[in-house]
Design a protein around this ligand. Sequence first.
Ligand code: GSF
Length: 203
Amino acid sequence: MKLIGTPTSPYTRKTRVVLAEKRIEYEFVIDSSHEAKTQVPNYNPLGKVPVLIIDDETAVFDSRVIVEYLDSASPVAKLIPEDTRQRIQVRRWEALADGCTDATVAVVTEKRRPANLQSADWVTRQQGKIDRALKVMSDELAARNWCSGEFFNLSDIAVGCCLGFLDLRLPDLAWRKTYPNLAKLAEKLAQRPSFRDTAPPAA
Ligand code: GSF
């Protein structure tokens, strides 16, 4: 199996953490759709990574579909619960974390535009999503060990990748100070080989 992505993409990282936790072998093909010679649109018409090429050459995207495929492909370390209510809770956490990441990407993209074209209102709107998402994550994690249920699962992976991306792209946000319980979770996740081996290179 081949995973197309980039070392800094938080969505790609989510799928790489899942691959590592489930001990699934794969080839990591680095390709960014921002490069002129990119092959990504040949696999995903949306031109986004990650894309997983599975054995029959089907190109699976996006990260949420990839992680579902991977979790059902191997019984090792189940990351998405079978029970509907528990599964929906986990996927809701994932939607929250991915949405926070989406807003972070939007802020960074806007701030890379020429200063005279940037919209302060747009940045404020996206920042509001990040701030509210972090507060809800922290409130719902409370003093528990893991985001959803009693065991490590996809919800923790999605939140860990989101927090790692905030560190990479918005290092001045100081979310650790505001939300020590999220900081504790991030520290615990960073010790897992799956997170350690997929940490993004410095920006
Ligand atoms: C988001 C993928 C994405 O935005 C998913 O896979 O979960 N909902 C999708 N990928 C970015 C790279 S990054 O920010 O991780 C991407 O490929 N952007 C290129 C583009 O043209 O939008």
